[in-house]
Design a protein around this ligand. Sequence first.
Ligand SMILES: Cc1ncc(COP(=O)(O)O)c(C=O)c1O
Length: 506
Amino acid sequence: MELNLNFDKSAPETLQEQAFEQIRNHILSGRLRPGMILPPTRQLAEQLNISRNTISLVYERLAAEGYVESRGRAGTFVSRALPDESLNTDPNGPSSIEALKLDLPSPILCFSVHPPGLNRPDVANPLIDFWVGRSDPETFPLDTWRRLLLRKLSVAGSNLTEYGDPAGLSELRLAIASHLGRTRGMLVSADQVIVTSGSQDGLNLICRLLNTQHHPFFIESPCYQGAAFLFRGLGATLYPIPVDQNGLVVDKLPEDRGGVVFVTPSHQYPTGATLSLERRLQILKWANDTNSVIIEDDYDSYFCYDGRPITALAGLDNGQRVFYLGTFSKSLGAGLRIGFTVVPKELAETARIIKSQMNHGQSWLDQAVLAEFIESGLYDRHLRRARKLYKSRRDCLKSSLTKHFGSADITGDEGGLHVAWRLPHGSPDAAVVQQRARLRGVGVYTFGSGAAYDFDGSSSRDFLVLGYSSVKEKDIEVAVGRLSDLLEDMKREFTPYVVFSRQQSA
Ligand SMILES: Cc1ncc(COP(=O)(O)O)c(C=O)c1O
């Protein structure tokens, strides 16, 4: 048989590439049908007046990609099953949900916990943005990360092509367990640590372990949106428990009924309060007495600026009742998507199975780099540097607020990456301030729009959250000055309205 191929000598593609593409097209269009024999290499080379070696290389590539099969002396044949059929979906097959006749429930929640303008080209980001909980991109250890990445790639072996342990890379689990021992007072073994895609993934895993529908869920009010929405979406019944300046008011938990309680003890989200040691012991006792479990979200505890951090609940517990959530989103960067959960020993194997069912575990490369980053002491060094930077930004925010507003009423300034600021007496609603501040190039957030959920909406009216970690000091000063001007202007403009609305709601 003769094959019709035409070469364009002026094209950038080599003769070999042109021959490959044209034969492949003949096969895909059906001109060369499955099972047909191709001309021998010598014959085709003579017909086209090109080297036989070029045709041999073309046939080899066609065979390597699955378009043809070499049957030794018998010749080269078009494959019966073409590779494109296993790569692409059938354009005429059942492609839509409708064709599969699925009864889909209506979506439960479509909220986002990200700032309104983030990564959306259609919304102008404010010039100075106090969005919460962002690690400053300039702190990310890029050069070190690049060096470790290349080193790990050079010894990757089959790690990139094989599945790993769904519970995570053993070196990383070990490194995390020993770091938790040193920094959070937690005596846990590596097999209790499950590496996850951020703590949200860990929370999903815990929910599957606990079966959300069978327990009442007690949750801080106000609380972290990511938790409240997930629990609700999974059908849990939520009972809000108030928080004060010492964190969750443990006395408000029911004495006679157990369940699951979700807390952020190091830096309550969003108020920033730290759960006192006394309350930590109290909640553990409550959990024991009522046969309850505690989910401890310890999202930003490595940033403690004044004194030492209090031991995690999971460190005070005897390893039975606390499910611990950790994340590298705040210490290194949320884009890494690496976190972990620590589960009670007897549930470790079940947690591994669940993680496997969820997604077969995390990327080997990221885990390998992070494991070495922690083990080599570079993580501790990074934390020290970041802590120093964020502490001076916190100090700058506090002194700017004090300069403009006298004694500013803020909570959560002992640690973490944000504070909650109660607006000065007589200010309009926080939502209005948020809106107006944006027009003046300052991004501030009410609890509700700042990744928190306020069950009765009461604290949303008076508070703004200010995430300062990614804002340079000179910008902090400028922004607080603008907020001060804004509130002065609004006071004049809004006074009659404010008096009226506060009297109404009193
Ligand atoms: C209270 C709280 N927990 C956890 C996280 C981190 O979530 P992830 O580790 O999934 O990025 C955040 C992020 O904003 C948070 O505010």
